[in-house]
Design a protein around this ligand. Structure first.
Ligand code: FAD
Length: 401
């Protein structure tokens, strides 16, 4: 049933509230910490069994992807209904049941460019969190200049054969499948790229984790040696992959900006500053300079959230995401990095910890997130590249000669 008018929406709200009250486990109504983030996939592990229960219940209703078509396992909700669901989840502080490149990037692109069989095959497993996807875009010689990618894909009659290397492939060692950009024509640049999908268990695929200074390995070098891919796993037309690639980047940039890089469970800079620096008799932070900058940041964050909300509404009302995604991605990166600078400043010496008992757990998490936030202006297209897109595609400026 579609709920269109105010009365029907109110009915939907009450039903949703009742359902959430009955089905969202109490432990899923608490702030999430990094190591409890649910990414799903064949090898998914759940630290807290309630995470699985919550994911399964939400997926059953299609509410991990509330607005995707019911035909492919989505919730089939209208924008207005999805907003009610968001509000009701926020009301009880419900966690997002699933974090997934499938939900944020690949699924929306497949719904737009895939054929019916591909959607039936792949979309329901994204909604249920059964298959975890990774993104095979960047190569050692092709990051900002993505269209310079060299991974070869040859037509061998009854299958494609892939040889080449990707890099910075986030979680390639944990993902089940990859959506990948490959070169199918070497005589031309953008028009020689195709968009293809394959199982990371295919013979010839090797993901080597890149060890960071933190000891973590969030991304991999990914090698393909004579990887055979069935022909029905090509999305769109042969050599038509660049259009899909760009669209998917818009979904990526747009989802990054609406999640604000999805920081998990730390106190706000104001809360830390008040705790550690102290307040005057009227409750104001003692450090006047920091107070002013915190206020500036809060105003920026509020204006940014409203802009994202407006853009989301426009997108849902049928106005394409488009190049405004670059504005928002740029703004979100700046905002998240500023926020972490303020957090570290507010923490003072508490922010110098790396591990061990001597530091508060929340402060240790902030220090690591501060370092992680440095990547925000690189991932999903660097800030410089997004500024180029804004200059050319939004403002219509010409290249400087
Ligand atoms: C946390 C994180 C996760 C990532 N996950 C993935 C992933 O899952 N899959 C994937 O495929 N990739 C991933 N990437 C890679 C990311 O997309 C690239 O790092 C990014 O596109 C930049 O490419 P590059 O590293 O080759 O830098 P380069 O393109 O070599 O750029 C180097 C510097 O030069 C600047 N520059 C380059 N060209 C221009 C220009 N024309 N004008 C002005 N400045 C320019 C850039 O802004 C940058 O500062 C991830 C990166 C990070 C940090």
């Amino acid at each position: 049933m579609a709920y269109n008018n105010a009365e029907q929406l109110e009915e939907f709200r009450l039903e949703t509230r009742k359902w959430l009250e009955a089905n969202c486990p109490p432990s899923m109504r608490t702030p999430m910490v990094d190591d409890e983030v649910v990414w799903g996939g064949r090898n998914a592990t759940f630290k807290n069994p309630d995470s699985k229960l919550w994911l399964d219940r939400m997926a059953e209703k299609g509410w991990t992807a509330p607005e995707w078509p019911k035909e492919y396992g989505g919730g089939g909700l209208s924008r207005a209904e999805a907003r009610v669901l968001e509000q009701e989840m926020r009301r009880i502080k419900a966690r997002a049941p699933l974090f997934s490149f499938g939900l944020w990037m690949f699924g929306p692109a497949l719904l737009e460019f895939g054929n019916h069989e591909q959607k039936l095959r792949f979309i329901p497993d994204i909604v249920k969190g059964k298959i975890r996807w990774c993104q095979g875009y960047s190569e050692p010689g092709a990051g900002s200049d993505l269209a310079g990618l060299q991974t070869r894909c040859e037509d061998k009659g009854d299958h494609y054969l892939i040889n080449g290397q990707k890099v910075w492939t986030s979680y390639a060692d944990k993902a089940d499948w990859i959506f990948c950009l490959v070169r199918t024509d070497t005589s031309t640049k953008h028009e020689g790229i195709s968009f293809i999908l394959f199982d990371m268990k295919s013979p010839g695929v090797e993901a080597r984790p890149i060890q960071l200074i933190s000891g973590e390995s969030p991304f991999c070098e990914t090698f393909f040696t004579d990887v055979k891919v069935p022909k029905d796993q090509l999305v769109g037309r042969l050599n038509g992959g660049w259009e899909i690639a760009k669209r998917l980047l818009q979904f990526e940039r747009s989802s990054i900006s609406s999640s604000g890089f999805g920081g998990t469970g730390s106190l706000s800079p104001e809360e830390y500053a008040k705790q550690l620096i102290g307040t005057d008799e009227s409750g104001r932070l003692l450090d006047g300079d920091l107070r002013g900058r915190l206020a500036d940041h809060r105003m920026y964050a509020k204006a940014f959230a409203l802009t994202v909300q407006r853009q989301t509404e426009q997108a849902k009302a049928g106005q394409a995401v488009g190049h405004t995604a670059s504005i928002l991605k740029y703004g979100a990166a700046k905002m998240n990095q500023d926020r972490h600078e303020l957090l570290i400043e507010a923490l003072g010496t508490e922010g110098l910890g790396w591990a061990g008992e001597g530091f508060d757990k929340g402060a240790l998490r902030v220090t690591r997130q501060w370092l992680r936030s440095k990547g925000n202006s690189i991932e999903g297209g660097t800030s410089e590249i997004n500024l180029n897109v804004i200059a050319k595609r939004v403002l219509g400026l010409k290249d400087h000669q």
